[in-house]
Structures are given as structure tokens and as C-alpha cells.
Design a protein around this ligand. Structure first.
Ligand SMILES: [Zn+2]
Length: 129
């Protein structure tokens, strides 16, 4: 079991699995945050405390839920649009996680590809040419 928390410590959680599928995403939301996520099955993720401090950011199709702490603003985890039975968990929130472990992130989600907003922007920019 690995414990994790947001920066201010109001939101605490634990995950009951190996770290797997470390990935970054290049969608317009994730590239701004620049965090690396690990994939956790829904039943392997336990919110220990701080439910009242969690806020949800939704955009685009509003299917994915990006959870963040209202106090410190740290995104702790998200519920994926592509797989509702899995959470993406911000590895930087995990106790004892060494950021130097993530030099080689093999998995890369091309979130840009399925972002409706970006497609609209791309179409608009094409029309301008
Ligand atoms: Zn916090």
C-alpha cells in the first residue's frame, strides 16, 4: 500500500497496487500541469480523508473528472474518460516517490487527438490559411 496526499495534507489517499503505466498526456489541460500519472483500478484507490476539500474540474466532453484540493490546488487524481474503471493518480503526491524515477515515461497519452476543443481550433486555423 502506498499513501499519498495533496500539498497541504487535507486530502489523503492510498493506493493498493504496484506503480504501473506511468504516463504523461499532451491534452491542453495536462500539458499545462505537466504531471505524471500512474494507473490505478477504481477499487485499488481509497480516499482516506479530505473529501470536503476536493473540487472537480471538468472540461471538453465533461466525462473525465480532474480532482484537486481546494486549499492548495494540487491535482491528486482523475477519473478517466477513456476508462471509467481506472483512476490516474499524480505520482508526485505519493509518499516517498522520487521524481528522478520518471525520466523515462514510456506511455504517452495523445490526449490532443481526442480533444474536441483542439480540433475546433485546428479547423479554425486551417481555414485562416
Ligand atoms: Zn491540499
Amino acid at each position: 500500500m502506498i499513501k499519498g496526499q495533496c500539498h497541504c495534507g487535507k486530502v489523503k489517499f492510498s493506493i493498493n497496487c504496484e506503480l504501473k503505466e506511468l504516463r504523461r498526456c499532451n491534452c491542453s489541460h495536462c500539458r499545462r500541469k505537466g504531471y505524471v500519472m500512474t494507473t490505478v483500478n477504481k477499487d485499488e484507490f481509497h480516499l482516506e480523508s479530505g473529501e470536503d476539500y476536493l473540487s472537480i474540474y471538468q472540461w471538453n466532453t465533461k466525462i473525465a473528472k480532474h480532482f484537486f484540493c481546494k486549499i492548495c490546488g494540487i491535482n491528486t487524481h482523475n477519473k478517466r474518460r477513456t476508462n471509467p474503471n481506472a483512476f490516474g493518480v499524480n505520482v508526485g503526491c505519493l509518499d516517498g516517490f522520487d521524481m528522478s524515477w520518471i525520466q523515462n515515461v514510456s506511455d504517452f497519452t495523445n490526449g490532443q487527438e481526442f480533444t474536441l476543443e483542439n480540433q475546433k481550433q485546428d479547423e479554425a486555423s486551417l481555414q485562416k490559411k
